[in-house]
Design a protein around this ligand. Structure first.
Ligand code: PBG
Length: 326
């Protein structure tokens, strides 16, 4: 394959040639839209660092769910911001908690939309950590039961899939067992398996009001320097019963996505997180780059690295763009 016998430019000379040899096809089928649900009526509070995203009360989430569905987006991921926080995250597994109410409304009012719920305690604890705290330590095993209760309560409300994001050891097994015991053996688990302790979550923590009040999440989320450890985390979750495994964040961790794609044969999701979204939006606003082009390039790169599904705040914009191309 040496010049002049081989000329890579022959197959780049027009868009039809380029289409024919394109290796990665980003599709609306790959997109999952995250939504933030709050108590109240008629609430639509803009999230400053995430243009186009809002804290929405239930009836507005339903509207947004319909918009997503009409754009062909197959699934949404629900995060809840409760009225009350306490040390045991009681609103996380309350029958009438914010996520439970939201899921019920979506399942009743929006046809043909998969509703996934984030299962974690950080939005519901008064200290903002993802687990139960005792003497300043985030307790692993004491947290498992609460996560399992939250997952079951989401399934009871009608969630199509649950997504534990807390990074406690053993939580996939705990959630799987609790779901099965309660008759939800058909409810899949999307596990945030390789979730890094990342500064890219900053806008999300404003949006979900879930920043830790003391310390940080380094004792449970992964060290950004590690990728062998990601394989161990993923293997563990797979053995515990995860149906889909997630890598998060996405763009700074494309090597991790690629590596895991080589190691396992489960579907892989990647979370294009809030900070990744905010950076592109901010640069676009300043006129420093073309946000639309960078969005499509980023999402294509995440897919090229090996992700089957992409959770992204760009889901609606990308879906419109993909539709206008077709
Ligand atoms: C909850 C959770 C977080 C995100 C998703 N689920 C925040 C965190 O771990 O602090 C981040 C998503 C994003 O930044 O878009 N544990």
């Amino acid at each position: 394959m040496l010049f002049p016998d081989y000329r890579p430019r022959r197959l780049r000379q027009n868009e039809n040639f380029r289409r024919m040899i394109r290796e990665t096809q980003l599709s609306v089928d790959n997109l999952i839209l995250p939504l933030f649900s709050v108590e109240g009526k008629g609430v639509k509070s803009p999230i400053p660092s995430m243009p186009g995203h809002y804290q929405l009360s239930v009836e507005n989430i339903v509207k947004e769910g319909k918009v997503a569905r009409d754009l062909g987006i197959p699934a949404v991921m629900i995060f809840g911001i409760p009225k009350k926080k306490d040390s045991l995250a009681m609103s996380a597994y309350a029958k009438n908690g914010i996520v439970q109410k939201t899921v019920k409304a979506l399942k009743n009012k929006v046809k043909d939309l998969i509703v996934i719920t984030d299962v974690c305690l950080c939005e519901y604890t008064d200290h903002g950590h993802c687990g139960v705290v005792q003497d300043g330590i985030i307790e692993n095993d004491a947290t498992l039961d609460l996560l399992a209760r939250a997952a079951v309560s989401h399934a009871q409300a009608g969630a199509d899939m649950v997504a534990p994001s807390d990074m406690m050891d053993g939580r996939v097994a705990a959630v799987r067992e609790a779901l099965d015991e309660n008759g939800f053996e058909i409810t899949p688990i999307m596990s945030y398996a390789a979730k890094y302790c990342s500064a890219f979550y900053y806008p999300f923590r404003q949006a979900a009001e879930s920043a830790p009040k003391f310390g940080d999440r380094r004792t449970y989320q992964m060290d950004p320097a590690n990728s062998l450890e990601a394989i161990r985390e993923v293997t563990m979750d797979m053995e515990e019963g995860a149906d889909i495994i997630m890598v998060k964040p996405a763009l700074a961790y494309l090597d991790v996505i690629f590596r895991i794609r080589q190691e396992i044969d489960l579907p892989i999701a990647a979370y294009n997180v809030s900070g990744e979204f905010a950076m592109i939006k901010a640069a676009d606003k300043l006129g420093w780059l073309d946000g639309n082009q960078v969005m499509m390039e980023s999402l294509t790169a995440i897919k090229r690295a090996g992700a089957d599904m992409i959770l992204t705040y760009f889901a609606k914009e990308a879906a419109s763009k993909l539709a206008s191309r077709a």
